[in-house]
Design a protein around this ligand. Sequence first.
Ligand code: SF4
Length: 363
Amino acid sequence: MFTLQNSELKDVQEKVERCERLTFDDGVRLFESNDLPFLGFLANQVRARLNQNQVFYSVNLHLNHTNVCTAHCVFCAFARRPHEEGGYTMSCDEVLAKIEDAVSRFPINEVHIVGGLNPELGLEYYVDMFRAIRSRFPSLFIKALTAVEIDDLARRMHLGWYELLSILKEAGLNGLPGGGAEIFKEATRKKICSEKTTSEDWLSIHKAAHHLGLFSNCTMLYGHIESIEDRVDHVLRLRELQGETRGFQSFIPLAFNAEHTPLERKGEVGGYTDLKVYAVSRLLFDNIRHIKVHWTTLDLKLAQVSLSFGVDDVGGTNLNEKIMHDAGNETPTDLSEQSLKSLICEAGYEPCLVDSSYQCEEK
Ligand code: SF4
């Protein structure tokens, strides 16, 4: 069998081969290593063990129903303050029309809805929207509202998270996206998004969702001001919750796009760090099956290379994605299903179209 060696990480390699859980210190040492081929080699062993030669993808529609937001996250180029020029909010009919248009042109199986913290939008708006989507498109998986949006809505409506999630589930919600996690380490989180839901609350909201039978994803925003220790801490807190609930379907590292944000002058990390984040995450997460690349945050070619660094899911076609592109991302706004399949096949993997619960659809 082809193998790579690294004398400094020999003990970690042995743990990976024995399927043993890696520690915080192991994670830090892996991040400190510059032996990228070795990290990719190790990560791919885990990836192959969990997902063989398959790479998953879906055909989905992204809808950002409002960009009006009361928060001031320093990395965000999407939000507009209430009454600021350029702010928009879609009506329920506009949301339905967007979905109708996408459904008539593409075989979408999921709608992904996230937006700003708009003080004008109450519970009725979301319940009406989810009910209308569920009634018009019964088989569409509705993945909507980050934990931060859930937290904001719950506070304004004087509801507990569990109560609010139950009402939204009843109206048609199927799962939560993983956004808003950013970086959990409190001191760092305070510097980049002080007004946002705390780390502890973000985790509690996902825990409540999992207890209600709503699956969710989890993310980490990297490449801003976080340290290596912050990254490992973040991953291990998610791993701990997953050990309790088993409700996370995939982990999605999100590369920070600095353009049009107050951190623009600081610049962005390079592809070397991107690939390292994917590989080390794959090695630390022994209880989340899928590591997903969000190709809208990476160069498409690098997203393809990440398939050799532990990634097994290239996400969806993301028709209509807006948030990342407002932050200066220059990837296409959406990809055709054929482009996603070609990207996977060229890298030597087997494309597998899935719905939001990772059920393979025959093609
Ligand atoms: S990241 Fe989300 S919560 Fe923060 S300012 Fe942007 S839209 Fe608002």
